[in-house]
Write a protein that binds this ligand. Sequence first.
Ligand SMILES: [Zn+2]
Length: 279
Amino acid sequence: MNLPAQTRPRFFAQRRLACFILLVLFFSGCAEVPLTERKSLSIVPHSDVVALGFQEYRQVLKKAKLSRDPEKVAMVRQVGKRIARAAEWFLRKEGMEEDLHYYHWEFNLIENDKVINAWCMPGGKIAVYTGILPVTRDENGLAVVLGHEVGHAIAHHGDERLSQNLLANFGGMALSVALAQRPQATRELAMAAFGMGANIGFLLPYSRIQESEADRIGLMLMAKAGYNPKGAVSLWMRMKQQGGKTPPALLSTHPAPSSRIADIRHYLPEAMALYRRSR
Ligand SMILES: [Zn+2]
């Protein structure tokens, strides 16, 4: 571009200012995923996402039949508490202390043998369906699933998916406005975004990148909690065998790329070192 000599500095100053504003806008709409340091889209304040999550959790529990099997309920709470403690350690280690106050852990076992699923909402609200217990088999298997689900929550994948959904469906409308104008549609988007979509028949698979991030964080959480991360390989193999005509809800929302087991093996040394230190 040929600019008169005296206007060049002003032009470049304006361009720098424009770049600066764009950068500020970009990063204010971004969050960073721990471990991988990937930048993810986040146009909704996390406090709003958590508040909506808590509200939806209460709704799900109100309609659900909770398990009355004291042994199974105790196991879910026991594994859940250990993973939650590891998650708090992980947040501190990753310099995400400001996230700690959002977590109000709760673990519930929902009586439904047909649903092979579990999820963790933003803010640490967890549901496990009795149908997944034959696949997880024992505490170690359940720790794989809960570690993975809590991994999605820690990486703010729900926030990212909700932001993407709001952009795609309502042109990036603020959450409060979307809830006021289209309450039902917005709540369904949120449930799908938080991985609970199977319950409203609206499935939204996590992306391959999100799955891989949740696998990696999950391995670290279970290792820190004292569960052998090698169990992740056998758990995902058993989950895959559940396929057939009606694949488990967990697999519909958490698609398993063919490379999943290989990726998990790749992250195992890092997790095994932590497991040995944590025992
Ligand atoms: Zn997942």
